[in-house]
Design a protein around this ligand. Structure first.
Ligand code: SF4
Length: 266
């Protein structure tokens, strides 16, 4: 079936959340699409799941303590999916010249700081993603570099007066992160900090979808490296892909299923 480029369709999906399956509805963009056009569906799924997780915490007497102007978490090493890194680069490219220059400078300063901290190899070419851990290899690596990065107090390049400068376009990790403990624990990344549980892993799923559809790296990009990494991409990252295929690939990565007879992205 031939569809117009502007066409979207609605899909009902089932997501296993906290031991039960929930139905969520989201829009699917049909036809040939750039990779970044998968983000609205991913964000919508993430938003609905986060609402369930937050309601569950509230029902247990634990309310979210995050407030505007509290941005300790914006000094963390935020993971973004490669598709999100492409979107952030596009976002910066669309800024007014002076603002764009200021944001690019902040990105460059954050990357330089990562090099000074020994988190990044100075000699690696643009597009580098390997982080240098001083902990044991494997999963501990991200945690180790996260702690060293946070201790250095490097603010996100998008942070303005402790508010997010790209709030409506912020990465999924920023959307999903919420805590129920006092801000003082966030300020020192205290191990007693309690985050609202994430029953799905949208960043990882988006990374997996980008890898499966376009051959992008299957792992997250540190937000501070997003511009440098995106600027080094050619080929698959710049291509267009079938919107339905991207959507279903994302669902596979999320471990969700379409409700029989109602998944309308056909
Ligand atoms: S994108 Fe916005 S919310 Fe996310 S770390 Fe940066 S300033 Fe904070």
């Amino acid at each position: 079936m031939k569809r117009k480029r502007s066409a979207t369709d609605e899909a009902t999906i089932r997501v296993p959340l906290f031991g039960e399956e929930r139905e969520l509805v989201c829009r699917v963009r049909l036809g040939r699409r750039a990779l970044v056009e998968l983000l609205p569906a991913a964000r919508e799924i993430s938003r609905q799941v986060a609402a369930v997780a937050t309601d569950r915490e509230t029902a247990r007497g634990r309310s979210v303590s995050c407030r505007p102007g509290c941005a300790h978490c914006c000094r963390q090493l935020v993971p973004v999916a490669p598709i999100e890194a492409l979107a952030l680069a596009k976002q910066v490219g669309a800024l007014a010249p002076a603002r764009g220059q200021a944001v690019r400078l902040r990105f460059a300063e954050a990357v330089a700081r990562m090099e000074e901290l020994g988190i990044l190899d100075r000699s690696a070419p643009p597009g580098r993603l390997a982080l240098q851990s001083v902990a044991s290899p494997g999963t501990a690596a991200w945690e180790d570099v996260s702690r060293r990065y946070f201790a250095a107090g490097v603010a996100c390049p998008f942070l303005d007066a402790e508010l997010c400068g790209i709030y409506d376009e912020r990465p999924v990790a920023c959307r999903e992160y919420a805590v129920t403990t006092p801000p003082a624990l966030c300020e020192r990344l205290d191990p007693r900090l309690e985050a609202v549980p994430r029953p799905i892993h949208t960043v990882e799923a988006l990374a997996g979808a980008g890898a499966a559809v376009a051959g992008l790296p299957g792992a997250a990009v540190p937000l501070a490296l997003a511009l440098e990494w995106a600027g080094a991409q050619r080929g698959g990252a710049r291509g267009t892909y079938d919107g339905e295929t991207m959507f279903w690939t994302l669902l596979e990565q999320l471990g969700t299923v379409a409700r029989p007879g109602t998944g309308s992205a056909t």
